[in-house]
Design a protein around this ligand. Structure first.
Ligand code: SF4
Ligand code: SF4
Length: 464
């Protein structure tokens, strides 16, 4: 089943049809047609790679604005761990950033890092319980979508646990509803997100019946509001309940912190992830227990909706954490509580993650076979240069588009040139042809190119 909503969208008026974005898209989901980019919804995985690569800022993430806070009686901010890497570490602490979030208009703050602690422990328990290997983290929604679209055989390997933000939203809402004696619909849980894929997941999550998150504001939208309020007096009651391990989910390798008892591997960046998943599918990762795969370079700190460079954010995060009162790991009593919740199934996804057959040519097998024949014939006739000037990312993609009736062979400039040459040769032949009714001397004059239009007989006629 297709997601009903994609966060990544095109701002048509900004698009110059330059085709820069079509090459970097990991699922070949972009075409340029009539001078504008088009995103194929069934193939897009919301990785945000095109947001990074478009030189004209024509690709954007559709998300919520700060004004969404007005819709609720009370609001809870759910800051992603990567938010804390956006500030210079030598001057701020987690406590100060949380205070700035409150001053920006939120009533409460619940750290997603705290829920990440819980999912870290739950993942360890899950790996102990399940024998299938390698288990693949489902924390990056772009990777989950990539597996659905391109590597559906690996769906069983995905760890079927909720994402930290969903767990955070559920726990925070329960707490705030109790605290203020309000019904859930009056309490808004707002995720401060580094990426577009999270927006898509939370607006229409895969594998979960209902979302607890009510709105998603990109980090780069909330950031100016926080900077303005940094350095204000800190609420003395503010207690950081998340551990260093939970915050480390912001960067590549963070999820591995709790998986030291297992053989674990991490990879980040969508193209590296593609290579790794292709190798996993071919059985080349035998012996690996746990695989952390993140679409953004360096992990969530490299999300397209963040403010600073991923490498800088990783270093800054360490600085911010070192200035904060944070413990290394969840405490013993927390571990027991998480274990009890796990045993009750409170972290488990309740619905299967389904394949999204975006690469299928047609649901009808006869039609699919016919299209495949067209695709092979056309594909063999294309130059194989993958130049992208046709508006499709590769010659194979153009062949598929032609088979699907979405493009024509003349979209390929080489085929167009060939066509023009053939036409020119045909014209030459036609020019030399004469109607059979024409007298032979006129035909001969025409062939010689000396037909006189006044006399029509090939004679030179009067000279003036
Ligand atoms: S990179 Fe893509 S979206 Fe951006 S202007 Fe070029 S064609 Fe349009
Ligand atoms: S978000 Fe990713 S998958 Fe979707 S069109 Fe952009 S690059 Fe392609």
């Amino acid at each position: 089943m297709l997601p009903l909503f994609h966060s990544v969208a095109l701002e048509r008026q900004r698009c110059k049809g330059c085709t820069n974005c079509i090459k970097g898209c990991p699922t070949e989901a972009i075409r340029v047609r009539a001078g504008k980019a088009v995103i194929l919804a069934e193939k897009c995985i919301d990785c945000g790679e095109c947001i990074r690569t478009c030189p004209n800022h024509a690709k954007v993430a559709v998300a919520d604005e700060m004004s969404c806070l007005k819709k609720f009686t009370k609001t809870i901010a759910l800051p992603a761990p990567s938010l804390f890497g956006q500030f210079r570490g030598n001057s701020v602490s987690v406590e100060q950033i949380c205070q700035a979030i409150k001053l920006a208009g939120f009533d409460e703050v619940f750290l997603v890092a705290e829920a990440a602690d819980q999912i870290s422990v739950a993942t360890w328990l899950y790996a102990e319980e399940h024998r299938l290997r390698p288990l693949i983290s489902s924390s990056c929604p772009a990777i989950v979508q990539l597996i659905q679209v391109r590597f559906s055989e690996l769906i069983p390997n995905l760890i079927k646990l909720e994402s930290p933000v969903e767990v955070a939203a559920k726990l925070a809402k329960e707490e705030v509803c109790r605290l203020y004696d309000l019904p859930p619909e009056e309490v808004g849980a707002v995720f401060l997100s580094p990426c577009a894929a999270k927006v898509t997941e939370l607006k229409g999550p895969e594998g979960q019946p209902g979302a607890y998150v009510d709105a998603v504001i990109p980090i780069n939208v909330v950031y100016p509001h926080l900077v303005r309020n940094l350095g204000q007096v800190i609420d003395p009651d503010l207690r950081i309940t998340a551990s260093f391990a939970g915050f480390s989910w912001a960067r590549q390798g963070g999820e591995e912190e709790f998986m030291q008892d297992f053989v674990h591997v991490s990879v980040s960046g969508i193209h590296q992830a593609l290579d790794v998943l292709a190798d996993v599918e071919m059985g080349k990762f035998a012996g690996v227990d746990f695989l952390e795969v993140q679409a953004c370079p360096g992990g969530c700190v490299g999300g397209p909706l963040t403010v600073v460079n991923a490498t800088l954010a990783k270093t800054q995060l360490e600085g911010v954490l070192s200035r904060s009162r944070i413990r290394e790991r969840p405490q013993e009593e927390d571990l027991h509580r998480i274990q009890r919740r796990y045993r009750k199934g409170l972290y488990h996804l309740t619905r299967e993650i389904q394949p999204r057959p975006a690469m299928q040519l047609d649901e009808d097998l006869t039609q699919a076979a016919r299209k495949m024949t067209v695709m092979e014939r056309v594909g063999a006739s294309l130059p194989g240069l993958d130049c992208g000037s046709c508006g499709s990312p590769s010659c194979a993609a153009l062949a598929e588009d032609i088979a699907q009736g979405l493009a024509t062979e003349s979209d390929c400039i080489f085929k167009l040139k060939e066509g023009i040459q053939e036409l020119a040769e045909e014209l030459l032949v036609l020019i030399k042809q004469v109607p059979s009714s024409m007298p032979p001397e006129t035909a001969a004059a025409m062939e010689g190119g000396v037909i006189n239009h006044k006399t029509g007989d090939g004679s030179e006629g009067p000279c003036n």
